[in-house]
Design a protein around this ligand. Structure first.
Ligand SMILES: CC(C)=CCNc1ncnc2c1ncn2[C@@H]1O[C@H](COP(=O)(O)O)[C@@H](O)[C@H]1O
Length: 226
């Protein structure tokens, strides 16, 4: 059974068949003890990751493991709605382990990112990338970022900005497979060193070595919506 939530003016699309084929812990956004969350209920976990597939076996495995864990632990997946690349890997693994899945995708990306091949139960079509991010931020309890490209960076910075400006308290956890995020963490340290960003009231992001650590951390920090 699939359903699609629409923005005004958006077209209805469904979901379809499966796609083809199926280190370290750098300093987090901040080192202080995070606030207690974790009521133990199911979370709407939004996963940001690449629409491409990556040439790294470890990164593809990270995507699959993240999706699998979300389903196995009884959580729901919110993601960018694509059916190919790392997004497709997360979604199919989550689906195979029983997760409810909501895909949020701009209409203009629906075909390009093979949303028809994604195992979503609910597809939300938006008019713009901006609206997609708004829905992801508002409709999720926590965010896990896997390796990705410009779009993933954009999504991460959207959450970081909202947290930094005190407009969100939802945790963001970066999965640092093969040190993928080391350069990003280092850039943030540079911004701090030059006093162009300050410490926010809470960590603006966390960085962990594995999907297991990421899911455990969001379970501890996130507060499910009532
Ligand atoms: C430099 C910069 C931040 C550019 C902003 N560019 C973007 N902004 C928002 N979403 C995007 C952007 N580029 C790609 N996306 C979308 O974000 C998702 C992840 O993209 P990516 O593979 O990480 O790439 C894909 O659905 C992709 O189509």
């Amino acid at each position: 059974m699939t359903s699609t939530t629409l923005e005004p003016g958006a077209g209805v699309r469904g979901s379809g068949e499966p796609p083809e084929g199926g280190p370290g812990t750098p300093p987090a956004g901040r080192a202080d003890t995070p606030p207690a969350g974790g009521s133990g209920g199911p979370l709407d976990i939004c996963v940001f990751c690449g629409a491409g597939r990556s040439n790294s076996r470890a990164i593809v495995d990270t995507a699959r493991t993240t999706g699998r864990l979300i389903g196995e632990r009884g959580h729901h997946l919110v993601y960018g709605g694509g059916g190919s690349g790392l997004m497709g890997e997360v979604a199919w693994a989550a689906s195979e382990s029983g997760a409810a899945i909501r895909g949020i995708i701009p209409r203009f990306l629906y075909e390009r990112e093979r949303a028809i091949a994604a195992p979503v139960q609910e597809t939300q079509l938006t008019d713009t990338l901006h609206r997609r991010k708004e829905h992801m931020l508002r409709g999720s309890d926590a965010f896990i970022a896997l390796p990705g490209g410009y779009g993933t960076l954009d999504e991460i910075l959207e959450v970081i900005s909202a947290t930094y400006l005190g407009r969100s308290a939802k945790p963001l956890v970066l999965v640092n497979t093969e040190g993928f995020w080391d350069g990003f963490v280092s850039l943030v340290e540079t911004l701090r060193r030059y006093e162009l960003v300050a410490h926010a009231g809470q960590p603006v992001f966390h960085c962990v070595p594995s999907p297991e650590a990421a899911v455990s951390l969001v379970e501890r920090l996130a507060v499910p919506a009532a």
